[in-house]
Design a protein around this ligand. Structure first.
Ligand code: AMP
Length: 589
């Protein structure tokens, strides 16, 4: 296997990258470095973010700088401020045992006076967003006459973001250049045009297929009704305990809305969008980078330049219009040789889009069924168990409390103890998902159909209904029938069989009363818990083994103020410090 030394990297830079833990070159590094070091020609490298492209251009760039010469010798153009800062810091890290080259990052939204002073102090490499660099050129603060190398990092993104004009102005201004190195994840016509107009016989290096999504990324999707998208998102997140994810929304408003709802439901989430002041954006990004934030909900624009190498999941809350946007989103996971998962939550009309993306990217997309409440709970349970197993013990701190703890628990057997520890978190999941219905949309052939509605048919042409009231609420079949007839106003003969379960109830009703029933019954409250009634879908899950079969306790409820079920129905609190996420504890995935 080729080593960085074989590629011609100098001993000082070797020391720098070894200290960062780089042992063997990534494919893009193996391809680009030798070519960049020995040839003065232009090159185009098709490479996804996260493949190690910063070192692919950064190492040869540093090695080719003349340390004795002051003034700007190389320019790296990046689409975002975040990426500029990241690239500049990477270059400094690679060269920490070499000559201390002067690398300066310049970008909009920060003091231009400070940046001018930094450049004047003898910048040799400038890492810039195109707009800001043009500003600096116009103010004669950045002189590009001696620039030999220009790197276009994420060229497709820069053009996507409308940087075409400043980009062309810069390329036109670097008259003494020897080479342009263009890096792009995709090759749309706009990038081709830049290459055609400004580059000479560029050498094309293709890491993986053209427009091909990273092979380390698994693509999955879930199909649901539009109304169920948020519930699906929560199920997917809950079914992936330990997720460290980036959730993409299509608009700023959707981003804000979803973030607010997630936070309200107790998730460790926050939003990143264009309405945030730079300081707030930085704060959110830092929390995410340091893993104090588990879920970052972002727009495409705001998420550009996010360089976090161990994002476990990207979730597309709705599909983007452009296929290339999907490729970029997915490319935020599966980085640095790790495997990542890109999940899309779509309504049926977007299934065609998924097929298009799959064809274009030559990637496989697997449709998964939305996890049932039972499946989510099982996932969470075993996650809890693994966390307990892997929990680091601070012997010194806990030792003094142990005698009292043993005393408190002394009457419990090992089995009882385990059961109780596991139940601390698990109960809340069970409670939350106890009445969770199946929100999948079934492929036509697999569906139990009632006409074309996809609902479960009741007997004798009646509609089969579901309501989250059960015997546990002290409601009997008779009570429930009385409620339907007296409070909702459905004639007795229009109500069919009632199957009263422990936590929910299925019953038949004349189809013409379905609307009235849903509207009226939904107005009832169960001590803060809204009564939920809907047409029954196939496969309604119950948790309690005795569900549906237990003898009812016949006590008449007060339907105006349904009695308490005696449990909290609040969403489990993820991400509590010390619960396996947040803080600087070891990763659980
Ligand atoms: P990049 O595509 O440049 O953003 O790199 C993605 C991640 O891979 C960064 O966290 C790098 O530090 C890491 N990386 C780059 N090259 C290597 C390498 N040869 N070995 C190990 N990690 C690397």
């Amino acid at each position: 296997m080729t080593s960085f030394k074989d590629l011609g990297i100098s001993p000082e830079l070797l020391q720098g990258i070894e200290s960062l833990g780089f042992e063997t070159p990534t494919p893009v590094q193996s391809l680009v470095i030798p070519h960049a070091l020995i040839s003065e020609g232009d090159l185009i490298a098709l490479a996804q973010t996260g493949t190690g492209k910063t070192a692919a251009f950064g190492l040869p760039l540093l090695q080719l700088i003349d340390p004795a010469e002051r003034g700007i010798q190389a320019v790296v153009l990046c689409p975002t401020r975040e990426l500029c800062v990241q690239v500049a810091s990477d270059l400094e890290n690679y060269s920490k045992f070499a000559h201390q080259y002067k690398v300066v990052a310049v970008y909009g939204g920060a003091s231009i006076t400070t940046q001018i002073a930094q450049i004047k102090a003898g910048a040799q490499i400038v890492v810039a967003t195109p707009g800001r660099l043009v500003d600096l050129i116009e103010r004669r603060a950045a002189k590009l006459e001696n620039v030999k190398r220009v790197v276009l990092d994420e060229a497709d993104e820069m053009l996507n973001m409308g940087f075409q004009e400043p980009l062309e102005a810069i390329l036109g201004a670097v008259t003494a250049r020897e080479s342009i190195w263009l890096f792009s994840a995709t090759m749309p016509d706009e990038v081709r045009r830049i290459a055609h107009n400004y580059m000479e016989n560029p050498k094309e290096l293709n890491v993986g297929g053209k427009n091909e999504v990273n092979k380390n990324i698994v693509h999955q999707y879930y199909v649901c009704r539009a109304d169920d998208r948020f519930s699906t998102l929560k199920r997917v997140v809950d079914a992936n305990p330990g997720i460290y994810g980036l959730i993409f929304c299509r608009t700023k408003n959707e981003t804000k809305e979803i973030a607010e709802q997630m936070i309200r439901d107790g998730y460790n989430a926050d939003a990143l969008h264009g309405d945030l002041a730079q300081g707030d954006r930085d704060r959110v990004m830092n929390r995410f980078r340091e893993r104090n934030l588990q879920l970052l909900i972002a727009t495409d624009v705001a998420a550009r330049g996010i360089d976090v190498s161990d994002i476990s999941h990207v979730i597309n809350y709705g599909m983007p219009d452009e296929i290339e946007t999907y490729t970029h989103r997915a490319g935020r996971t599966g980085r640095a040789g790790r495997t990542g998962v890109s999940i899309s939550i779509v309504t049926p009309k977007y299934e065609e889009k998924i097929k298009q993306i799959a064809r274009k990217n030559r990637a496989e997309f697997e449709r998964l069924m939305i996890p049932t409440g039972v499946e989510v709970c099982e996932k969470q349970l075993f996650h809890i168990i693994r966390n307990i197993h892997e929990q680091e013990v601070n012997n010194e701190a806990i030792e003094q409390y142990m005698p009292a703890i043993y005393e408190e628990l002394k009457d419990l057997s090992k089995e009882e103890l385990i059961k109780r520890f596991a139940s601390v978190e698990f109960n809340r999941f069970i409670e939350y998902y106890r009445d969770a219905r199946d929100i999948n949309i079934y492929p036509k052939e697999g569906r139990r159909r009632d006409g074309d509605s996809g609902k479960v048919a009741g007997a004798n042409g009646m509609s089969r209904m579901f309501v989250n009231i059960g015997t546990i609420d002290g409601v009997s079949k008779k009570d429930f029938l009385q409620l339907l007839v007296q409070e909702v106003g459905i004639p007795m003969p229009s109500v069919g069989s009632i199957d009263m379960g422990r936590t929910n109830c299925h019953f038949d009703v004349e189809p013409s009363y379905v609307k009235q029933l849903i509207k009226s019954l939904s107005e009832f409250n169960l001590n803060g818990r809204r009564v939920r009634v809907d047409e029954a879908l196939p496969r309604t899950e119950k948790f309690s083994k005795s569900g549906g079969g237990e003898k009812a306790r016949f006590s008449k409820p007060d339907f105006g103020k349904f009695g308490d079920r005696g449990r909290s129905s609040s969403k489990p609190d993820f991400g509590k410090p010390g619960k396996g996420f947040g803080g600087k504890k070891k990763s659980k995935y």
